[in-house]
Design a protein. Sequence first.
Length: 299
Amino acid sequence: MKFSTIFLAAAAQVASAHYFFETNIVNGATQTPGKYVRDTTRATKYNPIKFSSNPAGDIRDGSYADGPDIRCNQGAFSNAGRTEVLTVNAGSEVTAKLAYGAKMEHPGPGLVYMSRAPGDNVKAYDGSGDWFKIFEEGVCRQGADFTRDAWCTWGRDTITAKIPANTPNGEYLVRFEHIGIHRSHVNQPEHYTSCLQVKVQNGGNGSPSPTFKLPGGYKDSDPYANFSVYNGYKSFTMPGPAVWNGASNGGGGGEPSNPGNGGGCSAMYGQCGGNGWGGATCCSSGSCKVVNEWYHQCV
Ligand SMILES: [Cu+2]
């Protein structure tokens, strides 16, 4: 029977790989789901968001990467009022975590964006304003399997980003995203996203840029949506704008951030991990090697 074949294929895919960011971690403690991370109203919460140009049978729960659900996932705004606002110091880290003990086992980038709420009232903000990127991670292990563990996020259940020290005080959405690109070769990237509600304090006077809007900032014609992870390593162009360099004037004088693979990662011979390390865990060139428990270095 045709219908049951489709159903079984979908179930098998779920078992192998889908996931969603359900919660966040504060001082090492996993929070109650939905406390600070907006819950969604999706029929199947772990399903990805795809472009409306994809075959209708591949669209999940009526969510589109070129529609408003790409901001914080389906129905998330309807839960904004009952979601608490986490107070965070600029310069500190925020972490989102997957539900069900799932792991990010699709190849593809991890991305974190922020958008300031009008009137600094994030509980009333739908995410329709400007978004800037604070973190991205792509390939961490270039010599590994490019369809799997070459990607920084492979096998992990969290994405962590530092709120830039120069971020102005105020209320923001922090949008965590993993994009599975295992089907980008047929123009079907899978977007997994959720938003954390934060109030930034002890911040600076930066002017976050460049920015983009959602929907609109991701297009099915973008390089990431037409990329093949098969037949070996190749350079990957990150979706979205460059990571904000933390400057107050939109970039002049700062280190230009790399718009492609490696932006936000540590430079050659820089630190890329170790206990107590709060910086990037990926390398813009070379690869991250464990020197000792406290020091991992890009070599
Ligand atoms: Cu999937």
